[in-house]
Design a protein around this ligand. Structure first.
Ligand code: CMC
Length: 430
C-alpha cells in the first residue's frame, strides 16, 4: 500500500489526503492533484526546488551520492565502454542496441548528415561575429520549414525520422556556424567518417590543404558527448518538454532547448569557466578572486561549481578531470597553465568553508572547457558542443513525452501579487 500524506488547513480543519507515488529508485513524490479540487490552493515552488515535473524512465540522478544512470547504466561504465551513438540509441529506445541495431542506427545517422542547400544560405544573413549558439538555435528552428515529412508528432515514423535527422545534422549545422564566423566555406559532411571525426573535419578542414583528423581528439570528443548526453529534467530538457507539450513541431522544441542551454547557469558555464580562469590569471590571485565570490554584494560566482541536484562530486566532473590528464598527455600539451590553475582553484575551494558548507563541488563544466581548448575548439563553440551531445537527451525526452497518450500541455500556475481589479482611467485623469 502506498504511503498517504495529509494536508490540513489548520483554520478550517479541512484535510486532504494524497498518495505518495514510488519510482523504481529515488524519493517518492506526492500526487497533489486533489489539493486544488478539495482545498482550492496551489503549491508554490519557484525554481522547481521540490517539484517533479514529470514521470520519466530515461535518466536517474542521486545528487547526494553523486550517481548518474542512463536507462539504469552507470555513466562511468558507458564512458569507459560505449560510444556516443550507442548511448544516443540507449537513451532513445531504452535498451542497449544489438550489433545489427547499432549498425542500422549509425548507417541512418551517417546518411542524414547533409542539410538542405537553401538552409546553408541562411548563415549569410548573420553578422560575422554572431555567437554560434544564436545561429544554431535559429537554424534548428527553421528546419521545420524544410523537413515537412517529420512534423506530424503523432506519427511514430515521423518522430523516428526527426530523431535521426536532428542528431545527424546538428554537427553539420554547428560546424557551418563556426565556418561562417571564420569567413571560410562550409565543409560538407563525410560519410566515411565516424560522428565526432566528421564533426572535427567539418570544423577544421579547409579546401586548400589536407587535414589530418587526430584520433585522440575524436575519441576525447566522443567521451565528452557521452557525459553530456542527458541529465534528466534540467532547464533545457524541461524547456524542450514544455515547448513540445503544446504540440509544436519538434524542431521548434529543440531550438527552444538550445536557447535555454545557452545561459551561463546552464550549458554556457563551460565558456564562462575559461573566461573566469583568464580573469584570475595566476594562482597568486585565487584568494582575491574567491573573496569576491564569497562577498554577498558581488555578483561573481565560481563558474563550474555548484549544482541544483549534486550536493557531492558531479560524477561527470570526476571523469573529465581524469580525462584532462590523459588527453593533455596524449596531445603533448601537459604544460597547460589553465589546467594547473583550475586544479589549484578546485583544491582551495574544496577546503574553504563557504563551498564546503553549501556543498558546492566542481560540476561537469569545470574541466570540460580545458579539454575543448586542448582539442583546438574555440571558446564560443563550447556550448554548441554541449548542445550537439544533449540533443540525444532532448530527443529521448521529447519522444517519451509525445508518445504518451496522456500527454498534457505544460501549464504552471502562479502566485499573483499584482494590483487587484481596478477601472480604466482616461488619460486626462491620471
Ligand atoms: N559560486 C558561488 N556561490 C555559489 C555558487 C557558485 N558557483 N553556486 C551556488 N552558490 C551559493 C549561492 O550563492 C547560495 O548561497 P546562499 O545560500 O548563501 O545564498 C547557495 O550556494 C545555493 O545556491 P543557489 O544559487 O540557490 O543554487 P541553485 O541550485 O539555484 O543553483 C547553479 C545551481 C548551478 C545555477 C549554481 O550553483 C551556479 O550558478 N553555478 C555556477 C554556474 C555553473 O557552473 N553552471 C553549470 C551547472 S552544471 C551543467 C549544466 O547543468 O548545464
Amino acid at each position: 500500500m502506498s504511503t498517504k500524506y495529509e494536508l490540513k488547513n489548520l483554520a478550517t480543519s479541512k484535510a486532504t489526503q494524497m498518495d505518495a507515488i514510488s519510482g523504481t529508485i529515488g524519493p517518492d513524490v506526492i500526487n497533489i492533484a486533489a489539493l486544488v479540487k478539495e482545498q482550492g490552493v496551489f503549491t508554490f515552488d519557484p525554481g522547481f526546488m521540490a517539484t517533479a515535473s514529470t514521470e520519466s524512465k530515461i535518466t536517474y540522478i542521486d545528487g547526494d551520492a553523486g550517481v548518474l544512470l542512463y536507462r539504469g547504466y552507470p555513466v562511468e561504465q558507458l564512458a569507459e565502454k560505449s560510444s556516443f551513438l550507442e548511448v544516443a540509441t540507449l537513451l532513445i529506445t531504452g535498451s542497449l542496441p544489438t550489433k545489427a541495431q547499432l549498425d542500422s542506427f549509425q548507417h541512418s545517422i551517417t546518411r542524414h548528415t547533409m542539410v538542405n542547400e537553401q538552409l546553408l544560405r541562411f548563415y549569410q544573413g548573420f553578422h560575422h561575429d554572431a555567437h554560434p549558439m544564436a545561429m544554431v538555435s535559429a537554424i534548428v528552428a527553421s528546419m521545420a520549414a524544410f523537413y515537412h515529412d517529420t512534423t506530424d508528432i503523432y506519427d511514430p515514423r515521423h518522430r523516428e525520422i526527426f530523431a535521426h535527422r536532428i542528431i545527424a545534422k546538428l554537427p553539420t549545422i554547428a560546424a557551418a556556424a563556426y565556418k561562417h564566423s571564420l569567413g571560410q566555406p562550409s565543409v560538407y559532411p563525410r560519410n566515411d567518417l565516424r560522428y565526432c571525426a566528421n564533426l572535427l573535419n567539418m570544423m577544421f578542414s579547409v579546401p586548400c590543404e589536407p587535414y589530418a583528423i587526430d584520433p585522440v581528439a575524436a575519441e576525447a570528443l566522443d567521451l565528452l558527448f557521452i557525459l553530456h548526453a542527458d541529465h534528466e529534467q534540467n532547464a533545457s530538457t524541461s524547456t524542450v518538454r514544455l515547448a513540445g507539450s503544446t504540440g509544436a513541431n519538434p524542431y521548434a522544441a529543440i531550438s527552444a532547448g538550445v536557447s535555454a542551454l545557452w545561459g551561463p547557469a546552464h550549458g554556457g558555464a563551460n565558456e564562462a569557466v575559461l573566461d573566469m580562469l583568464d580573469s584570475i590569471g595566476t594562482v597568486a590571485n585565487i584568494d582575491k578572486f574567491l573573496a569576491r565570490v564569497k562577498d554577498k554584494n558581488d555578483s561573481v560566482r565560481l563558474m563550474g561549481f555548484g549544482h541544483r541536484v549534486y550536493k557531492n562530486f558531479d560524477p561527470r566532473a570526476k571523469i573529465i578531470r581524469g580525462m584532462c590528464y590523459r588527453v593533455l598527455e596524449k596531445l603533448g600539451k601537459t604544460d597547460n597553465p589553465l589546467f594547473e590553475l583550475s586544479l589549484r582553484l578546485e583544491e582551495i575551494a574544496l577546503k574553504d568553508d563557504y563551498f564546503v558548507s553549501r556543498k558546492l563541488y566542481p560540476n561537469v563544466d569545470f574541466y570540460s572547457g580545458i579539454i575543448y581548448s586542448a582539442l583546438g575548439i574555440p571558446r564560443s563553440m563550447f556550448t554548441v558542443m554541449f548542445a550537439i551531445a544533449r540533443t540525444a537527451g532532448w530527443v529521448a525526452h521529447w519522444q517519451e513525452m509525445v508518445s504518451d497518450p496522456q500527454m498534457k500541455i505544460g501549464r504552471p500556475r502562479q502566485l499573483y501579487t499584482g494590483p487587484k481589479r481596478r477601472d480604466y482611467l482616461v488619460i486626462e485623469k491620471r
